[in-house]
Design a protein around this ligand. Structure first.
Ligand SMILES: NC(=O)c1ccc[n+]([C@@H]2O[C@H](COP(=O)([O-])OP(=O)(O)OC[C@H]3O[C@@H](n4cnc5c(N)ncnc54)[C@H](OP(=O)(O)O)[C@@H]3O)[C@@H](O)[C@H]2O)c1
Length: 275
């Protein structure tokens, strides 16, 4: 069936994640975040991606509660920050996030970065939160194949999601295949290259061909590779634009041209550097 803004992917724990969501990193706490989330929910987004580190969990929670949309229709993700690792510290940090969000549970709790030495203990805390139903799904972010190998060896259950930087300039094909093979859903952050490569001639040319914008090409490219996409914007017209990606399909030759843009270049920290 054709994808739409209402499409969801079934995770390895049986829960369903929307295919497109709103990212709110660098959305200022207060009105800016509240308005962005409200605007996204109005456009039909049902996934909001925040983190303790973004400093706007209170506003995300307020906008979700004030939307009038039933709680179980909205998928809220937040993340464990690097300074909160360890079993007890992670449980405390989760409680802080839950309090700030003002929600009974979060849909997805992620380990934000694979912090050396402590990540194993933190994962045990996430397992407990899942058992308690406080985090409905649990997962990781910025995990490379070696980090995932380590986790899969020791954990009774696999992470539901791995959220990583993913766009044509960092087309992590090996990681994608590895995750697909183990039913770990890959979720793309910085899918718009943070706006930095939207004027690239190949992207502009493909956008013109389909009468779409460069941002819409990047989001559609990720969707066609099976990823969940979480573009960030605080502008209502762009929030709408970024969700208007379901009325066309990029042909395989154009997908290949986009795939070939890979430069293995990271905008964020490179998690390969974390032992
Ligand atoms: N797990 C992690 O470590 C991690 C790291 C980074 C990000 N993330 C998550 O992923 C989300 C998205 O990544 P990101 O924020 O790094 O970058 P992004 O979504 O690739 O790009 C966001 C930038 O593009 C601009 N933009 C948005 N829509 C546009 C459009 N249609 N046309 C032109 N420019 C547009 C935004 O500006 P305006 O807001 O002014 O529109 C913003 O400057 C984050 O918000 C966060 O939730 C997670």
């Amino acid at each position: 069936m054709a994808l739409s803004i209402d499409s969801r992917i079934t995770l390895n724990d049986g829960r369903k994640i929307p295919v497109v969501g709103l990212g709110v990193w660098q959305a200022a706490a207060g009105k800016e975040t509240r308005k962005a989330v409200a605007s996204a929910l109005e456009c039909g987004y049902r996934l909001i991606d925040t983190a303790k580190m973004y400093g706007n969990e209170r506003d995300v929670g307020a906008a979700v509660r004030e939307s009038g949309i039933p709680r179980d229709e909205i998928f809220v993700t937040t993340k464990l920050w690097n300074s909160d690792h360890g079993f007890d510290a992670a449980l405390r940090a989760f409680e802080g996030s839950r309090r700030d969000l003002g929600l009974e549970y979060v849909d997805l709790y992620l380990i934000h970065w694979p912090v050396p030495r402590l990540r194993g203990e933190s994962w045990k805390a996430l397992l407990k939160l899942r058992e308690q139903g406080l985090a409905r799904s649990i997962g990781v972010s910025n995990y490379t194949i070696p980090h995932l190998e380590e986790l899969l060896k020791s954990s009774p259950i696999p992470p539901a999601v791995n959220q990583v930087e993913f766009h044509p300039f960092l087309y992590q094909r090996e990681l994608l295949e590895y995750c697909q093979g183990r039913r770990v859903q890959l979720e793309a952050y910085s899918p718009l290259t943070r706006g930095s490569r939207l004027k690239h001639p190949v992207i502009k040319e493909i956008a013109a061909k389909y009468r779409k914008t460069p941002a819409q090409v990047l989001i559609r490219w990720g969707l066609q590779h099976g990823l969940v996409e979480i573009p960030k914007s605080v502008r209502p017209e762009r929030i709408r634009e970024n969700a208007d990606v379901f009325d066309y399909e990029i042909e395989s030759a154009d997908m290949a041209r986009l795939d070939a843009l890979d430069e293995r270049s990271h905008l964020a920290w490179n998690p390969d550097d974390l032992p």
